[in-house]
Design a protein around this ligand. Structure first.
Ligand SMILES: [Zn+2]
Length: 258
């Protein structure tokens, strides 16, 4: 066993989080365009200038360049440093909850998928199959070795997908409008596969409460009306993150109160 100096794990996880955040930015930009996330390298969308490594450092390059392209001075979206810093923060949060256990690695990969889905749903109102479908398969595969275990994972997958599918179908028959896309169905199935049956139900409850709260705030501040659709995938992502970190604790607390 190697004794790391204090803070070494946190520093390493923060640096890895920044770099992963940089890759998530590429996914957020390219997956909706159905482009490869590995090839070609990053370039300025304004002038096409390929980014050198020193223009591609997470957060630091954005600050050094004061948010503008080195070639054409076109503004760089603040989304880039925000996603990078957010990813590093979420990785550190997982370290505090899980320590450097095998579950830590599964859950930061899950959180990374949630960050990408959140940002894409917010901007495009889609939840790409390229993320949710592999997430279902990988989540179920990992459950054979780690919590929640294969039975909880399989029931979570079916309950998560089935629940939203049932609501979407019932709403469609009732109102003849689509309440949600099948992207939401596949996303909740993915969450169920990774977190299991108990946490997927918690995720659904939390996301509905959060969606209601955000809706009320938007309507009260006149930024939306009753017909405005709040992208439900963003609520699912936020709720699933909480359920991933504290789901077991919340469910155990709630059941003890019954
Ligand atoms: Zn440029």
């Amino acid at each position: 066993m190697i004794d790391f100096p204090p803070g070494f794990a946190a520093l390493s996880v923060a640096v890895v989080g920044l770099c992963v955040g940089s890759f998530l930015n590429v996914c957020i930009y390219r997956v909706p365009l159905k482009r490869s996330v590995v090839h070609p390298g990053s370039a300025c969308p304004g002038c096409g200038r390929a980014l050198a490594w020193y223009d591609n450092l997470p957060v630091f390059s954005y600050l050094a360049l004061r948010g503008r392209c080195r070639g054409c001075r076109a503004p760089i979206s603040a989304r880039y440093p925000i996603i990078e810093a957010l990813t590093a923060g979420i990785f550190l949060w997982h370290l505090a909850v899980f320590d450097l256990t095998p579950l830590f690695f599964v859950r930061v990969a899950f959180a990374s998928a949630l960050i990408v889905l959140f940002a894409i749903d917010l901007e495009h109102q889609i939840l790409p199959d390229r993320i949710t479908l592999p997430g279902i398969v990988i989540g179920f595969a990992c459950s054979f070795f780690l919590p929640p275990g294969p039975i909880a994972s399989l029931t979570g997958l079916l309950a998560g997908g089935g629940l939203l599918w049932g609501i979407a179908e019932a709403w469609y028959r009732l109102r003849k409008v689509e309440a949600m896309g099948f992207g939401d169905v596949k996303m909740l199935a993915m969450i169920g596969a990774v977190l299991g049956i108990r946490a997927v139900i918690l995720t659904f409850v939390l996301s509905s409460m959060l969606g209601g709260l955000v809706g009320v705030v938007l309507i009260a501040t006149r930024r939306a009306d009753l017909a405005t659709k709040v992208p439900f995938g963003t609520m699912l992502a936020a709720a699933a993150l909480v359920a991933s970190l504290y789901g077991e604790a919340i469910v155990t607390w709630y059941l003890a109160k019954l």
